[in-house]
Design a protein. Structure first.
Length: 302
C-alpha cells in the first residue's frame, strides 16, 4: 500500500517505527563496537599483567634459583629444569590456570629455536618473533588468530637474551651442561646471542571469552533501551491520537456535516494550539458561509 494512501495515524506509526528501528540498529552497531573494544582492552590489560608476572618469575629464577642450582647442574647426571626461567614461568602459569579467573588463559614462550620442543613456535608465532626482531622499538602485538580449535585473542611481547648466564646453556653444545644434552639433545636451543630476541611471550584466551562478554552486555543494554523507549513510544502514540488525530477526525466529520447543509454544528475548539486555531478558522469560515447563504436566500426571495 502506497504511503500517501495511508491515514495519518498508521502513517505516523509506520514512520515512527522505521525511525525507532533505524536508530535502534545504528546505536546497537555502535555500542557493539564500543563494548567489543572495551572487552579487548580488559583482556589485553589482564594479559599484560600476566606477562609481567611471568617475567618476574623468570627474573627470580635467573637471579635467585639459578645461582643456587647451577653448581649442581654442572655435575648432576640429570638435568634440573628448575634452573631454566622459561620452565619456571610455564609451570607457575599452569598452577595459575587452576584459578577460575585464569582458567581460559594460555601462556607460551614461543621460540623458533627452543631447547624444549614444547616451546617450538608455529608459523604464526615465528612471524611475531620476526616482527619483534625487525623492529626493536616494537614492544607489544595483539589481535585475533584462527586456530583449528577456534578463534583466540592473543597478546605478545618480545623475549631477549639479556644476561650472559643464559648463554652457558644456549651458546654451543660443547659448553652446555651434559645433562642438558642428554635430556634435549645437541640440535635445538643453541646459537643464541646476547641481546638477541629469541622468542615471544604470548598470552592467549579464546575469542568467545572476549566477544561473549561484550555480547551479553550488549544484549542487556539494548534490552534496557527497548524497555525504556517502547513505553515512551506507546505514550507518544496515545498523546498523538488524543491531541492531533482525534480532533482532526472530529473536524472532518463536522466539515462533512456542514457540507451537507447542517449549519447547527460547530468545530470544537478545545485548545489554543495549531489544532485549536484551525478549528477557530473553520468556525469563522462556517459563519461566513452561513451569512453568504442567508444573503443569497434573501435575494432569491425578493
Amino acid at each position: 500500500m502506497p504511503l500517501k494512501t495511508l491515514k495519518l495515524g498508521p502513517k505516523f506509526n509506520l514512520l515512527l517505527a522505521l525511525i525507532f528501528l533505524a536508530g535502534f540498529a545504528l546505536s546497537g552497531l555502535a555500542l557493539s563496537q564500543v563494548l567489543q573494544n572495551r572487552a579487548q582492552a580488559e583482556v589485553a590489560d589482564k594479559a599484560q599483567m600476566l606477562i609481567q608476572s611471568m617475567s618476574s618469575v623468570r627474573d627470580y629464577t635467573s637471579t635467585q634459583i639459578g645461582p643456587l642450582l647451577n653448581p649442581q647442574l654442572k655435575t648432576s647426571p640429570n638435568f634440573i629444569p628448575e634452573t631454566i626461567p622459561a620452565y619456571s614461568a610455564t609451570e607457575v602459569f599452569q598452577n595459575l590456570r587452576k584459578s577460575e579467573n585464569y582458567r581460559e588463559f594460555f601462556y607460551k614462550e614461543a621460540a623458533p629455536n627452543p631447547t624444549n620442543l614444547r616451546d617450538k613456535a608455529d608459523g604464526f608465532e615465528a612471524s611475531l618473533v620476526e616482527r619483534f626482531q625487525g623492529d626493536p622499538k616494537l614492544k607489544e602485538l595483539s589481535g585475533f588468530r584462527d586456530l583449528p580449535g577456534g578463534r583466540i585473542f592473543y597478546t605478545a611481547r618480545p623475549l631477549a637474551v639479556t644476561k650472559e648466564s643464559c648463554l652457558q646453556c644456549h651458546s654451543t653444545p660443547d659448553v652446555a651442561p651434559k645433562s642438558l644434552i642428554a635430556t634435549y639433545g645437541p640440535d635445538n636451543g643453541f646459537g643464541w646471542k646476547l641481546n638477541e630476541i629469541i622468542a615471544a611471550q604470548i598470552v592467549s584466551v579464546p575469542a568467545e571469552e572476549v566477544l561473549g562478554n561484550s555480547r551479553r552486555l550488549l544484549t542487556l543494554i539494548m534490552g534496557i533501551v527497548l524497555a525504556v523507549f517502547l513505553p515512551l513510544i506507546l505514550v507518544l502514540n496515545y498523546l498523538l491520537r488524543r491531541s492531533v488525530i482525534r480532533p482532526l477526525r472530529q473536524m472532518a466529520r463536522t466539515a462533512e456535516a456542514v457540507s451537507m447543509g447542517q449549519m447547527d454544528v460547530d468545530f470544537e475548539q478545545k485548545s489554543q494550539d495549531e489544532i485549536g486555531s484551525l478549528a477557530g478558522a473553520f468556525n469563522r469560515m462556517k459563519s461566513s458561509l452561513q451569512i453568504s447563504m442567508n444573503l443569497l436566500n434573501q435575494r432569491k426571495g425578493t
